[in-house]
Design a protein around this ligand. Structure first.
Ligand code: GLN
Length: 538
């Protein structure tokens, strides 16, 4: 493999323009042309990783195979590229400083004053290039979190400038994503904020190579010319990114605007024929032409912010499209579910999913929702805390274990059906100390999950501290709640499945982290199929 090519993606004017989706879409297009691509994100905050953040801050924490707790954009990268990322793909300011301070204590800079430039910027540069050393990739896309002009992203911007200087223009380009707002009162798209944002980049010594312009209306030639002139880029480097119906339209929109061609030209790489993207288009056709609809309740604690459950929502889109079925999600706050309103909230649902989560708030509402699903034969999917809820409910209401609980909610409970693992008991630090990343799981023959996976052993990703307490397993299995998946090394229960129910599955792991656009997760497919059957019957 030759020289690795680097693409930086920065954002201007406002946050939330979708740098992650543009990066993932460009990655998808380049990969479809036969290049090997990965995407990484550099976040300017000081937490070492987002694992300690409340989901209300930045949405879901996405977990990689190697157990890194990362930004949710890595989920988009994996779903679009159908490839795994790792700890190296998400770096924060906190991690950079932590590395530098550790080296300082080890004496690596002995005699020197340790400074932002060059020590912090050198450490950032080292991390920018880290994935490029093994010859695994032709192209590495780096998304810089935050917006240009933020005080906290300055060291990243400076390190990016230096990296481009080091590698040369032919090997390193900068794409700037901005907003072209539409002013209703005058009926015009406005370019001024973009001009200012590019000036801000120029102050830091960076002339962007390509502008990707988000807008709610199409950007005409006149506006493209104006942007090209004032922002100092050729006109074919002004790319229009009009608001899309679904994020999955964006790769095709970017292909139409020739973003990938422009990138390859700048890199002086041969431009093969544009790829057909047949599988992707097939997915979009199914997504946009559903033959039926199902209603799914997503019961959770953080439902006000849908990004807190990003991967679950996307998994429903993938699995729904596979079944040519539109999935309508009702976001139900678990705190609001009571015995009195359960019928009203859940009576019209074709499936109930209990989401992952932490802490006591809303726990009893989840118990009521799990009970409703079990008793009324509504397809049920419990993920992580959702599995724990399902077994506690079963313990209390079927096995008659009155004090069944999790020691997370009640540390001195008499019947700790969910309890800390032995090795977790000694841990006092919070960051990066859960059971994280991919673990193997052996599936029991003859169970619904085994036939869905069509495999005997799988691996899935985890993020939790508490586990099913095997002292109770026999009682559960005697009454039809079966350990359908077991970790072959530790014997921990990873999947519970209820017999004599249309579809009742709880997983200790997070299947939503492995669903891909062109390869939806088997458990989500199974759950949607069960919901379709439920709808047909009712
Ligand atoms: N709070 C639970 C635990 O730590 C579940 C975590 C989760 O749902 N991700 O085990």
């Amino acid at each position: 493999m030759g020289q690795v090519k680097y693409i930086f993606v920065t954002g201007g004017v406002t946050s939330s323009l979708g740098k992650g989706i543009i990066s993932a879409s460009l990655g998808k297009l380049l990969k479809a042309r036969g290049l090997s691509v990965t995407i990484q994100k550099f976040d300017p905050y000081i937490n070492i990783d987002p694992g300690t953040l409340n989901p209300y801050e930045h949405g879901e924490c996405y977990v990689t195979e190697d157990g890194a707790e990362t930004d949710l954009d890595l989920g988009h990268y994996e779903r679009f590229l159908a490839a795994n990322t790792s700890q190296k793909n998400n770096v924060t300011t906190g991690r950079i400083y932590n590395n530098v301070i550790t080296k300082e204590r080890e004496g690596e800079y002995l005699g020197k004053t340790v400074q932002v430039i060059p020590h912090i910027t050198d450490e950032i540069k080292r991390n920018f290039l880290a994935l490029g050393h093994n010859g695994d990739y032709d192209v590495i896309i780096t998304e810089i979190g935050g917006s240009v002009g933020d005080i906290e992203s300055l060291p990243f911007i400076e390190a990016m400038r230096q990296t481009r200087w080091d590698l040369g223009h032919e090997n390193c380009i900068v794409i700037h994503l901005t907003l072209i707002p539409y002013l209703k009162a005058v009926g015009e798209l406005k370019t001024k904020p973009t001009q200012h944002s590019v000036k801000k980049l120029l102050e830091s010594g960076i002339q962007p190579d390509i502008l990707v312009c988000r807008s709610e209306r199409a950007i005409n030639m006149e506006i493209k010319k104006k942007l090209a002139l004032f922002c100092n880029v050729p006109i074919n480097s002004v790319i229009s990114s009009i608001d899309a119906k679904t994020i999955y339209d964006v790769p095709l929109l970017m292909q139409k605007e020739k973003l990938d061609e422009r990138v390859l030209e700048l890199f002086k790489m041969s431009v093969n024929k544009a790829p057909g993207l047949e599988q992707w288009k097939d997915f979009l056709t199914r997504l946009k032409n559903p033959k039926q609809e199902v209603n799914i309740a997503l019961v959770g604690k953080y439902v006000e912010l849908h990004d807190a459950y990003k991967s679950i929502a996307e998994s429903f889109i993938h699995a729904g499209a596979k079944n040519e079925c539109k999935v309508n999600i009702s976001w139900i706050s678990s705190e609001e579910v009571t015995n009195e309103n359960a019928e009203e909230l859940l009576g019209h649902q074709n499936g109930i999913l209990i989401a992952p989560g932490f802490g006591e708030r809303g726990f009893e509402g989840k118990i009521i929702a799990a009970k409703y699903a079990r008793e009324k034969n509504v397809p049920f999917f419990g993920i992580c805390l959702g599995l724990q809820v399902a077994v506690i409910e079963f313990g209390r209401n079927v096995l008659g274990i009155k004090h069944a609980h999790s020691t997370e909610m009640d540390p001195i409970c008499k019947d700790p059906i969910i309890d800390l693992m032995e090795e977790q008991k000694k841990i006092t630090k919070k960051g990066g100390t859960m059971r994280l990343g991919a673990y193997p799981c052996k599936l029991k023959k003859g169970t619904a999950v085994q036939s869905l996976y069509d495999s005997e052993e799988i691996t899935e990703r985890h993020r939790h501290r508490y586990e099913f307490n095997n002292d109770y397993l026999e009682q559960f299995e005697n009454k039809g709640m079966i350990a359908a998946g077991i970790n072959p090394d530790s014997n921990l229960v990873e999947i519970m499945e209820l017999k004599n129910h249309p579809w009742f599955v709880g997983t200790q792991f997070h299947p939503e982290l492995k669903s891909r656009v062109v390869d939806p997760h088997p458990l989500f497919i199974g759950f949607i199929n069960a919901a379709i059957d439920h709808m047909a019957k009712n």
